[in-house]
Design a protein. Structure first.
Length: 290
């Protein structure tokens, strides 16, 4: 297994250059890569900016999606590594699954570790699961799986992920608003994701979008903020990224509550949800929402 070890925040320039000049990729499955980042502490100024952009409240503990956002640099480092079988351009983030085992104090020293955990051949291409753990002291406080789709032909489809199917969200409208067309570079610095599709309309049009697109963790955090869905204890959060959310979009949020879970869908178009999410206390993890 190829391992990348970082003692400070991973610099974006090396993997941005690898993204621009990816070289030949083997296409061989599965890849075996891991990356670690030791000793991270949330910068109070960045945390304040993160809360301002997303609308999430600040408190004594880190927001649920903070590690997903600030730990994403390890995902980027793996996806752009020469040993990863496909180039990063054209990859799509399609699912996020987060488990918070206990609240993380805002000033805690955190150790991130990310690895390629699974790969599945699917009808549309191949899905790669990148698993991340966040340790506070000797215990895992938080973990996630980010699923990336590479479109293409990789062989006969495998069995689908048990988390592939998003829940139905028939609930009423909980909120309607127009997303702020600002702070895109700031949020890109948080994630380390400098893909031009998130910043430039002209670049996004090259890929078939009429405007540049928000980073998914930003819009997911805004949804939680609108639902006043603060998390003070163990919880799990699942998100399905179904379509693009363009800069400045007017959106509506549908939400429902059932069996200890809060389920929502964000619409940037009249009929098709762009994001579907489900938040529930960790003890309800195995229950199905109505």
């Amino acid at each position: 297994m190829v391992h990348l070890a970082y003692r400070r925040r991973p610099a974006a320039l090396p993997y941005v250059l690898r993204a621009l000049w990816p070289g030949r990729r083997s296409g061989a499955l599965p890849p075996a890569l891991s990356a670690s980042w030791s000793g991270h502490r949330a910068d109070p100024r960045e945390l304040t900016e993160y809360a301002r952009i997303t609308g999430l409240p600040l408190g004594d503990t880190l927001p649920l999606l903070y590690p997903l956002t600030f730990g994403f640099r390890l995902v980027m480092a793996i996806l752009t590594h020469p040993a990863f079988p496909v180039p990063i351009f054209g990859l799509l983030q399609i699912r996020n699954h987060v488990r918070q085992h206990r609240p993380i104090p805002a000033g805690a020293r955190l150790d991130f570790a990310t690895r390629t955990a699974a790969v599945r051949r699917v009808d549309r291409g191949a899905e790669f699961d990148l698993a991340t753990t966040v340790r506070h002291g000797d215990e895992i406080a938080w973990e996630s799986v980010v699923t990336i789709l590479a479109r293409g032909r990789f062989g006969e489809p495998d069995s689908p992920s048990p988390l592939a199917r998003a829940p139905e969200v028939p609930g009423p409208i909980a909120a309607e608003w127009t997303l702020r067309d600002a702070d895109h570079w700031r949020f890109g610095r948080f994630t380390g994701d400098y893909n031009g599709v998130h910043f430039a309309d002209a670049y996004a049009r090259f890929f078939g979008f009429h405007r540049a697109l928000y980073h998914p963790p930003r819009v997911l955090a805004e949804c939680l903020g609108r639902l006043a869905a603060g998390v003070n204890g163990p919880a799990c959060f699942d998100a399905w990224i179904k379509g693009p959310v363009p800069h400045g979009a007017s959106v509506r949020l549908h939400a429902d509550a059932c069996a200890g879970a809060r389920t929502f869908a964000l619409f940037a178009e009249p009929e098709r949800p762009a994001l579907v999410g489900r938040l529930q206390a960790l003890e309800h993890r195995c229950r199905n929402c109505c």
